[in-house]
Design a protein around this ligand. Structure first.
Ligand SMILES: Nc1ncnc2c1ncn2[C@@H]1O[C@H](COP(=O)(O)OP(=O)(O)O)[C@@H](O)[C@H]1O
Ligand SMILES: [Mg+2]
Length: 245
């Protein structure tokens, strides 16, 4: 057995992040086990995107430590963090509108390692999302919301990462499409991919993840195995009911 310290893929310890005078994160700590799906649940402005942005080196923490595979990545630039194996699927399923679906996917495979195996990666993405194959030559701007989210996840897969951070998977999508995408995430996870999912959908987050953290106003106020967290209490925290604020 590995000891607790080495067993985690990604850890965040006592993170503080500021935007000028505004403090966005307070003493945030997380542990992400390899092969798990971890959700970070919180309402608008809770600090979820700030947290993902700090893990990927876009925001610089004022305090705290971020460790990936036992290496300190707290002051490492974003491109190096991506090369080490952490990729983000951004909020709002941002894609390159003026590029075809396939060109968007190849944009993900820009690092030497991924570039070498890009045909294999592409095949896998098309296997997971056949609609992307059907629309491979079309401009991304013509995709529906659900297809864009699939493309954003597909592009993250093309980076050939070890962990994918997904910011607001279900935002703006119809429930039936969200369900479909979550099933795909589970399928990808079963093949070994670790996911960190940022969500505002409490029920779905708890259902599809192994472990959850609840954030309110820049702080983690609750955490635990998703199957053990009471949905009502998570919702109370989420809506800023006094005892969690
Ligand atoms: N680039 C920025 N500059 C200044 N303040 C920001 C910036 N991005 C986010 N914030 C603020 O930080 C807090 C957390 O925002 P964010 O991380 O985007 O929350 P969430 O993703 O949970 O909605 C909010 O108060 C927000 O207004
Ligand atoms: Mg956000």
């Amino acid at each position: 057995m590995l000891n607790q310290e080495n067993k985690e893929l990604l850890t965040v310890e006592n993170l503080d992040v500021h935007y000028g005078d505004l403090q966005a994160l307070y003493n945030v700590s997380l542990q992400i086990s390899p092969g798990s799906i971890v959700s970070i649940i919180g309402s608008n402005g809770a600090g979820k995107s700030t947290l993902l942005g700090t893990i990927t080196g876009i925001n610089k923490p004022t305090r705290g430590k971020i460790t990936f595979k036992s290496q300190d990545i707290g002051s490492v630039p974003t491109h190096t963090i991506v090369a080490k194996g952490i990729t983000m699927s951004p909020e709002g399923s941002r894609v390159f509108e003026k590029m075809s679906v396939e060109e968007n996917l190849f944009m993900g495979a820009y690092l030497p390692n991924a570039r070498r195996k890009r045909q294999e990666l592409l095949k896998r993405v098309y296997g997971l999302f056949p609609v992307l194959k059907e629309k491979s030559g079309q401009l991304a701007t013509y995709l529906s919301g659900g297809q864009r989210q699939m493309l954003a996840i597909g592009r993250a897969l093309m980076v050939d990462p070890e962990v994918i951070l997904c910011d607001e998977v279900s935002m703006g999508l119809a429930p039936v499409i969200v369900k479909d995408i979550y099933h795909k995430i589970r399928e990808i996870n079963r093949e070994g991919m670790t996911f960190v999912l940022v969500e505002q959908d409490v029920k779905r987050s708890l259902k599809y993840s192994d472990y959850s953290y609840v954030m309110v106003k820049g702080k983690i106020v609750m955490e635990g195995p998703s199957s053990e967290l009471p949905e009502d209490e998570v919702k109370d925290a989420f809506f800023g009911i006094h005892k969690y604020a």
